[in-house]
Structures are given as C-alpha cells and as structure tokens.
Design a protein around this ligand. Structure first.
Ligand code: TXA
Ligand code: MG
Length: 333
C-alpha cells in the first residue's frame, strides 16, 4: 500500500482535506493525524475490520485495547454504559484535552477495540485537526499512537512515516504536536479510581476533582490479567539502548567514551564543555517544555546510529512524574 501524505493547517484545518480523510475512514481505511499529545492512527471505531487493520499496521498484540476518540462529552456518553459524577467532573474540567477515561463499555463498541474486555477508554482530543476529523467523519475513531508496537510515539509526521510508511492509507501532516507525551489514563471502574498512565494532566489536578486516586506504577509481563497493557515495563522505547542516570552519575559518560562507544546524552541543564564524541541534546528544565521535546530528541538520537543513549533523570517530584515514567519505560530492556 502507498501511504499518501497531505499537509494540513494545524490551527484552521482545510475542510476539503478533513473531508478526504473522513472518506478514507468511512471506507475502512487508516489515517494518521496529529492530536495535542502525539500523532494517532485512526479508524472507524464502529467497523470491526477497520479496527483489526490498526492492530496489523502497528504489530500490536490483540490483548492491548485502543482508545476511542469522540468530539464531545455528549458523544462519550454513548460509548460508555454509565456516566458517573466523576466522569462528568473530569470531562467538564479537562476535555477537550490530554485525559483518557476508562469506563464500562457500551455494546455498540466492537470487542477488538477493548481486547474483549468489559471496559472502554475514551478521550476528547483538543487538537483542531483531531476534532475537525471527528466532526467531518461523524463517527467515533479508534486511535492508538501512530507508531509500531513498543516503539516511540510520534510527535511529528516524519516519525509516523519511519514506522508506518506503506502500512497506512493516509497521513495528515499538521506539524509537531505540542504536548509531546501520551494522555493521562484514569480507570473510573474502580473505587477509588486508578491512575493507569501518568500524563500532562497531573495527579494533583485529578485529585482536585476525584478526591483520592490509586496509583499503579508497573505490572510484570507475566501478570495474567493486565489492568492496562500500556503499563508493561518496556514501552515507548527507541531501538538504541537507553540508560537513565541520576545527575551525580554523569561520569558514566566518560567511562563509556573510553570504551569507544558512540554516545547520545539527553539532559536538562547546560553541562558546559562536553567531550567530543558525545551527541548532546539539552531539553527545557520545566516538565511541560521537556515533555514537548522529549520524543523528537529520542527519535533523532535513535536515527543517529549510536551505541547508547544516556538520559539524566529529572528530579523525582510530582511535576516530573509522567516524564520519569516514560524515561523508565524507554530504558527497560
Ligand atoms: O495521547 C494519547 O492517548 C494518544 C493519542 C493518539 O490520543 N493515544 C495513545 O494510545 O497513546 P495508545 O493506544 O498508544 O495507548 C492507550 C493506552 C494503552 O496503555 C492501553 O493499554 C490503555 O490506554 N487502554 C486502552 N483501553 C483500555 C482499557 N479499556 N482499560 C485499560 N487500559 C486501556
Ligand atoms: Mg502507544
């Protein structure tokens, strides 16, 4: 299959391009598009075979369920069987935006989206292209991140092509995404609700609406019933080995250089003079700016043919929780 690429305006997307993308999905095709977090790979959520094509294109195991994207909280209520006060409160405060809610699923949702489970993950994205596409297509869209399974999520069109060129019908190139890491995922089917994946909506913000929240950090690969397969330790990883270091361990760099390794180093404050042979990338020292740039830097270093990528971990504080979660997963072997 040849993947077509269409440029689209990220702030006021052209109606005819949205209409073309909607037609592709109405025929059961796959369209990658920008959201405010990362690029998604969309298909008609009510079409079982289109959804099956997403799993094939990504090489995603059938036991890892997909997020259903809808244009409004009203549409979200049609995907779930109950709309709790918690759901209403979170939707009111954070939608459209980078928050995904797991609820009991409505029977209209195909079983392969939810990996045969009783719950469905739903989100209303904020990006004008994503919202425009949902309205133009007039159907809920199943959309995981637009990368091959276990690899890094894409924050630019070129990242999508690196993994999926020739495997999807259409890519809408709306430029770099602003958020940079995937949405926060909260399970509302438990009491208290559980944080399944940290993200740009923080624990403190969630707790201001929900009261308490249970955190699950990680589950082992062997656990039989996964609360959320995205919790598997290795996820969001470049092909080049990644090693996380604390600031005080930066002398590891010198040792690796002595061994003749080609090293990439990602940090968040200017280290001054750096030995030649190190490909240095400095990300902003605030969590939002860091998240926005992280995957682009990892994609770039991954393509540079290095032996290893070292990442200096930001501080272990709530503000950095989501970023540290992604770094730990990227470094998991
Ligand atoms: O920001 C995002 O969420 C992006 C954009 C495209 O919207 N999407 C995304 O989708 O990251 P994906 O498929 O890469 O990650 C979805 C996560 C996975 O960890 C999956 O296991 C979890 O949500 N998930 C989906 N449905 C679930 C369910 N019913 N119960 C528990 N976890 C679920
Ligand atoms: Mg993903």
């Amino acid at each position: 299959m040849k993947t077509r690429v269409l440029l689209i305006d990220a702030t006021s997307p052209e109606a005819e391009i949205l209409a073309e993308a909607a037609r592709v999905m109405q025929r059961g095709g796959l369209v990658a598009f920008p959201t405010e977090t990362v690029y998604g790979l969309g298909a008609n959520a009510l079409d079982t075979s289109a959804v099956a094509r997403i799993f094939v294109a990504k090489g995603r195991p059938a036991n890892n369920p997909l997020i259903v994207h809808v244009p409004s909280a009203v549409e979200a209520q049609k995907v779930a069987v109950e709309w709790s006060l918690s759901a209403a409160g979170l939707a009111q405060r954070f939608w459209p935006g980078p928050l995904t809610l797991v609820m009991r699923k409505h029977s209209s949702i195909p079983a392969n989206i939810t990996a045969n489970g009783p719950t469905v993950a739903v989100r209303v994205p904020a990006h004008p292209v994503a919202l425009g596409l949902l309205r133009a297509a007039a159907m809920p869209l199943a959309a995981p991140s637009a990368n091959r399974s276990t690899e890094l999520s894409p924050t630019r069109a070129e990242h999508v092509l690196r993994g999926l060129d020739g495997r999807i019908d259409l890519l809408l190139d709306g430029g770099p995404t602003a958020g940079g890491i995937e949405s926060t995922v909260v399970d509302l089917t438990t009491v208290p609700p559980r944080l399944l994946r940290p993200g740009l909506v923080s624990v403190a913000e969630l707790e201001s609406v929900l009261g308490t929240l249970t955190r699950i950090e990680s589950v082992s690969q062997t656990e039989r019933v996964l609360p959320s397969p995205g919790l598997l330790p290795r996820h969001y990883a470049p092909r080049t080995p990644v090693e996380c270091i604390e600031s005080r361990e930066e002398m590891r760099l010198a040792n690796l250089l002595r061994e003749g390794r080609r090293i990439g180093w990602v940090t968040f404050s200017d280290p001054g003079a750096v030995p030649s042979g190190i490909l240095l990338r400095i990300l902003p020292a605030d969590p939002v700016g860091y998240a926005a740039g992280l995957y682009a830097v990892l994609h770039e270093l991954d393509a540079a043919g290095l032996d290893r990528i070292l990442v200096t971990l930001p501080p272990d504080t709530d503000a950095w929780h989501a970023v540290r979660d992604r770094l730990r997963r990227a470094a998991e072997k």
